[in-house]
Design a protein around this ligand. Structure first.
Ligand SMILES: CC(C)(COP(=O)(O)OP(=O)(O)OC[C@H]1O[C@@H](n2cnc3c(N)ncnc32)[C@H](O)[C@@H]1OP(=O)(O)O)[C@@H](O)C(=O)NCCC(=O)NCCS
Length: 149
């Protein structure tokens, strides 16, 4: 059973640690910390037996949300936890009349693409060379969920 609560100043550092664990050296962690400190940030974290095992992080502007990150601890994957977090965010949108959720995902991220499509997101665009890591770059797919569809 997963217990979901909002990301706040109190649990932000634990979320940050999980982010660093999952992405180890290949991401700019300081930038993620900055994102979580912005007033428009909204996020939810999930716990099993009081241990943080996942989170979803987003920006909320007017009637739209942009997902920035979604992470599930390696050992807890394929147990519908990511799906539960995304549906929690969708319920939050419905309750708060936030019409749309947007996100970008690397086109080789089969797990995340499967999850978002299962949660009712539709592919709306391709962004060429959107993600860059050193000399390597990869396209992203843009997805949107619209509560009115
Ligand atoms: C993407 C991620 C969040 C998925 O979390 P998860 O809890 O394992 O996913 P779920 O168990 O809820 O899976 C939901 C659906 O996603 C798809 N999926 C998840 N993992 C998959 C995999 N390894 N291969 C193929 N499809 C997969 C399936 O369609 C699955 O539905 P099903 O169980 O009915 O087959 C997780 O793999 C992760 O943290 N990855 C690293 C960070 C990342 O890439 N985040 C996305 C940024 S946009």
């Amino acid at each position: 059973m997963i217990f979901i609560k909002k990301i706040t100043q109190q649990n932000r550092n634990c979320v940050f640690k999980l982010y660093e664990q999952i992405y180890s050296t290949n991401r700019n962690s300081a930038a993620f910390l900055e994102i979580m400190n912005k007033p428009s940030h909204i996020g939810f974290s999930g716990y099993v037996n009081n241990k943080l095992i996942c989170f979803i992080s987003a920006y909320h502007v007017l009637d739209e949300i942009d997902i920035i990150e979604l992470c599930v601890a390696q050992k807890m994957r394929r147990q519908s936890i990511g799906f539960e977090l995304v549906t929690h965010l969708q319920r939050h949108c419905i309750h708060n009349e936030i019409e749309k959720i947007f996100l970008d995902v690397a086109k080789n991220n089969i797990a995340a693409i499967g999850l978002y499509e299962k949660a009712g997101f539709n592919k709306i665009r391709v962004r060429k060379n959107y993600y860059k890591l050193g000399s390597f770059s990869i396209d992203a797919y843009g997805y949107c969920w619209n509560m009115k569809i």
